[in-house]
Design a protein around this ligand. Structure first.
Ligand code: 5RP
Length: 228
């Protein structure tokens, strides 16, 4: 798919997602290029009178929302979110996701966990039969680096510490990320619970049972995936 077509799909699905936002909602704002388009569209609705409070899932999204005049509530202060809109790096029709390509996985997972309706928006390149071609991001506390590395090696996942612009990537939470390769993942739920048990792992990029609906643009169509 050309970049232009991909961007058109991202915009179409972002425009669709914001039609689900109601006056008075607390709205979770995702992170990444697709979520950014939704946030920009939402700002237009707010300029036209929509009243919402938004909860950002990263420092980048917070800065974007502030620049667009979107009223904010800190993630840590939100006890419930009516609707959240976020992107994904990969998804299956069973609503399993890999997220965290942009490194915001922990706060995105908190946001999704707080959300009554969690909408994932993607272009058509993100749909897979089985998760795993995209490397699974794992955020860990640096004090546990060697321990987490060993634990991930035991799971044969070839952990590689994320580097960005020639520097170790540091998350908004002051942690680092291992990108891991589990091959194609037969059972994301089992893998998610194995990763949850590793001391020092703050969050991993496997999202299961956290999504209400996935909206995927495919050409001029918007296809919706919900729980079967
Ligand atoms: C950031 C994420 C993003 O949602 C994911 O990387 C998708 O980004 P994009 O919409 O730019 O493809 O999980 O941590």
């Amino acid at each position: 798919m050309s970049n232009e077509n991909q961007n058109n799909e991202k915009l179409a699905v972002a425009e669709k997602a914001i039609t689900f936002v109601n006056d008075g909602d607390i709205v979770g704002l995702g992170t990444g290029s697709t979520a950014t388009l939704a946030i920009q569209q939402l700002a237009k609705l707010i300029a036209n009178g929509l009243k919402i409070q938004a909860v950002p899932s990263s420092e980048a999204t917070k800065a974007l929302a502030i620049s667009l005049g979107i009223p904010l509530l800190a993630l840590g202060e939100a006890s419930s979110i009516d609707i959240s809109i976020d992107g994904a790096d990969e998804f299956t029709a069973n609503l399993e996701l890999i997220k965290g390509g942009g490194g915001a996985l922990f706060r995105e997972k908190v946001m999704a966990s707080l959300s009554k309706k969690s909408i994932i928006i993607t272009d058509s390149s993100k749909r897979v039969e089985k998760l795993g071609a995209f490397k699974v991001p794992i955020e860990f506390n640096p004090n546990a680096e060697a321990y987490v590395f060993k634990a991930l090696q035991k799971l044969s996942s070839h952990p590689v510490k994320r580097i960005k612009n020639d520097k170790v990537f540091v998350t908004d939470n002051g942690n680092c990320i291992f990108d891991t390769d589990f091959g194609l993942i037969d059972n994301p739920t089992v893998l998610a619970s194995e990763l949850d048990q590793i001391v020092g792992v703050l969050a991993h990029g496997i999202f299961v049972n956290l999504t209400s609906v996935i909206l995927m643009a495919h050409g001029d169509e918007i296809i919706s995936f919900t729980k079967k």
